[in-house]
Write a protein that binds this ligand. Sequence first.
Ligand SMILES: [Fe+2]
Ligand SMILES: [Fe+2]
Length: 289
Amino acid sequence: MPAGYRKTLIRQIGQHAHSEIVGQLPEGNWITRAPTLERKAILLAKVQDEAGHGLYLYCAAETLGVSRDELTEKLLDGRMKYSSIFNYPTLNWADMGAVGWLVDGAAILNQVPLQRTSFGPYARAMVRVCKEESFHARQGFDVMRKMATGTPAQQKMAQDALNRLWFPALMMFGPSDAESTHSEQSMAWKIKMNSNDELRQKFVDQTVPQIEFLGLELPDAGIKWNEARGSYDYSDPDWSKFFDVIQGNGPCNVDRLAARNKAWKDGAWVRDGLLAHARKKAARKHAAE
Ligand SMILES: [Fe+2]
Ligand SMILES: [Fe+2]
């Protein structure tokens, strides 16, 4: 395996795994405050799925010769990144709808083509991940539908969540093709199957009719059907904001990393205990042989 291919995949899969894990934080924030027991059970299951996605992906990365601990340490001290979308706060219950609908919806568009990626362990992990992601997007849309057809106050919350998360969701596909540093090589290696702008356009085209179905206002005055292209025109996100969040200056970067560092520190005794148990078991097996 060429060294560059391995290195790029470790970065890509590692970053993907970290995003699944850190992505639990904005939604975990709402588990105890879900409006009904049913919504709570659904949200709990969804957040648990994301933990599972992180684990499949760390396992896929391990086959490239990097340990999960090593990847985790790189996340914790800032040497590795996670998706910038999780550095935004979730302010009201409608955000749980908008996150599932828009953020998981955007993730699906990124991940479906990865089922055909050239690295088998990554491609195979994506099969189950994508099935679960489509449940996530549907539950998000269902929360939005309920809010958007609810009381005027609920409709306002739904609109507010859409307005706040629209541009960050567009940014999830990465910078425009002209500015994306790794795109060309990754596409040649078939570890990236579509360009950033291509996926972003697909997202806009599938989401605008859903916004209209919900009866919400479009979050961007620049959205217009373009007959000639057979697609919606839309405004570009403010990329200076995107790079600012990537540099660590988003509204929640510090909180997210602090939460992960605390969890890692608090869990040390569990990891130590498991390792001690494994060592004892191995020694017993060895003695019996
Ligand atoms: Fe996920
Ligand atoms: Fe998800």
